[in-house]
Design a protein around this ligand. Sequence first.
Ligand code: ADP
Length: 218
Amino acid sequence: MKKEFVVIGLGRFGGSIVRELIEQDADVMAIDKDTERVDEYASIATQAVVADTTDEAVLRSLGIRNFEHVIVAIGENIQASILTTLMLKEIGVKKITVKAQNDYHAKVLSKIGADQVVHPERDMGIRIAHNMLSNNVLDYLELSDEHSIAEIQANDKLAGRTLIGLDIRAKYGINIVAIKRDGEILVSPQADMEIELRDVLIIIGSDADINRFEKKVL
Ligand code: ADP
């Protein structure tokens, strides 16, 4: 059976979620209060509906309760985003993901029961900044306030060395969880494995430790 989602708010963020879900063969009900935006998605989404989702009666009439996962991608209108989340919670939606505009917004969303709060602009900003500081940092993903996962392109200092020889865990407190090589992912690499220049290392650790590693080694 196909997975069924609802996406509320068809701006750039919500819109790209709709397109990708459809591309991945899911069913999507796309909702926006703006008719033009809805028209744009009429031929893309499984169903495209004009509705103001801050109105509980409207949400109920659309049968949103029956969908497994709803994402609230309402951008600048924080009040509408919070009210919509509250209504979804009240009608008993199982899983709610919400895009936050800022940290205060995120805090409120968590308090009223959003299952997942995402900060796409902030997270993308962090990734790009790390990539600007070092071209070898391909990606940077925050796990918590203090810990992250980074994807690192191997360089001359790393190539030809074994994991045990580098002793990254003892020296920097970070772990290499996987190595990407030739399109394959080698999970939990052995200590005697030799790093190659084209390898991408996936490392996990505290932000402070990763930053130290970036400065010293990359
Ligand atoms: P982005 O930053 O992702 O481009 P936007 O702020 O442009 O986000 O888009 C948010 C969308 O959410 C807009 O298309 C807007 O019409 C829609 N929206 C805002 N409030 C409501 C609401 N109460 N009900 C339904 N859709 C809404």
